[in-house]
Design a protein around this ligand. Sequence first.
Ligand code: TYD
Length: 138
Amino acid sequence: MEIQIINFQSHGDERGELIALEENKNIPFEVKRVYFMYNTKKEVHRGFHAHKKLQQVLFCPCGSCTIKLDSGKETVTVRLSNPTEGLVVEANTWREMYDFTPEAVLMVLASDYYDENDYIRDYDEFLQYVEACERKKE
Ligand code: TYD
């Protein structure tokens, strides 16, 4: 399973660093929603869902956390520890987030508004959904 990382350009000078995120430029979709997780407790694992249509870019402007992505066939694990690295998460990808450092902020840019109908929160249902999508493509 391919990991898609966007390397954000950081505009650094003697004052520090600055990163700009622009829809349809360094973010590969129109951004309709931004949300972030912070103050995540030790040992907590979050996520455990996939989206039917939503595209997302995840990054940690501060601290670090681990993201596990699962296509239904393969899994990959990515440690987000650099504010210059954005992880693209496509639709039909089961995700889990864990090992947050105490100061970690996990930012998510999303291609659409919050819609519970776009969520698949049951893993077996996710596997069936992925299979059905593949059958449609054949
Ligand atoms: P939840 O889906 O449990 O987070 P995750 O699975 O990513 O760990 O979301 C936590 C709560 O926040 C839940 O009540 C739904 C709400 N929520 C919104 O209201 N808007 C949003 O954009 C998101 C992502 C969650």
